[in-house]
Ligand binder design. Sequence first.
Ligand code: 5AD
Ligand code: SF4
Length: 419
Amino acid sequence: MPTFVVKTFGCQFNELYSASVADMLERAGLEQSTVLDQASLVVINTCAVREKAEEKAFSFLGEAARAVDASRIIFMGCSATLDQERAKRIAGRELNIIPGTAGVEEVLARVQSVAACVQSDLAAPRSLFPTADIEVVRGCESECTYCIVPRARGRETVVDAGVILREAEESIQHGFRELLLLGQNINRYHWNGGGLIDLLSVIDRLNGDFWFWFLSPHPAYFRRTEVECFMQLNHAERHVHLPLQSGSDSILRRMNRRYSMADYDALARAVRSGQGWRLTTDIIVGFPGETDEDFEATVAAVHRYQFDEVFLAKYSDRPGTPSSTMRDKVPRKTIDERHSALLRVVQDLSLRSNAGMAGRSVDVLVVKAAALGMTFGKSRDGRNVWFDNQTGMSLRPGSFVRVTVDHGSREGLYGVCID
Ligand code: 5AD
Ligand code: SF4
């Protein structure tokens, strides 16, 4: 059987697009593999958000180009918008490039022409089961000064509410148990005078046994009343991811984040006032001009909100972004030091948050059936859960179960499912 390799870097959007490509190729009779030199097609889905991810993708491209002909390689995603010449220098002129501005329909059509296979429907990709990723806003125009996404992904467009609802309904009918709505700045969603919360409220009224969640909100476009409204919805997961980026007002201004700490505070407190709700965030350390005081303000904010999980990044200079031309860059050594100091704090918070769940029973969606004796799933508030299945029945991905938590680690919860 002919095989294909898909290598994915970066965010949930890339996961979704890669899964859609993989699904189509599987339906066309190809088998997914990790062996490059026997592959009829190699798909590399790239991320440009930080230099490290970008370098990894280019080095994988080099590896692929040594193993197969460039005409059998597809280079897609954010770096494929930004650095086409470099990609061709590495792999050769025959390389197939699909820029990150292409929507999923265009990506599938291009892959189809390279792989000579047929278009599949645009339903949620089966390979992400039991989660149905649904794109609701494509592209980004928010212009945070550090971020390459607006250049890599292009202009913002919203998906028709009818299309989203049909996909949501079909996914539930096909047994998907989690709907994950996606937008780079999902609060920009609007349709017929309604906004994101209206869309979520309609989704919440769909029939079926499912949870839903969304990524990523932007604090400047999110209102406290909307957060409160989301927290009232029946099918909502008990988790809000609210990217803070910095705890200093002056850095937030230089990042062009368009909110102050007072604005953020109102949203974070709304989440924190919900019993059993988890609050997570993204933080960048070492943004140009970040002083010791600015950094301390970020550390203080992390302590204040007691984030359950923090995705911590070192500032990475992205050519073409406004911040890349700012003069007062923070020295690498300082960035490293601030990163390690804050990492200790956030790891300790994750541990405490998860350890605090010991002894409780939590609702869990089974994601992967037993591997090494442990079943893997996610809790309603978005934690990883590994558990021993003592029900005597085999649990399939997509089952909802109740797990008694024995203990927690930085990574998640460990427990047992009895009935
Ligand atoms: N450097 C470091 N981190 C970045 N992010 C986005 N751009 C950069 C950059 N230039 C982080 C932000 C964002 C997450 C997806 O990636 O924290 O929320
Ligand atoms: Fe996703 Fe942004 Fe990375 Fe592109 S740059 S893959 S949009 S995280």
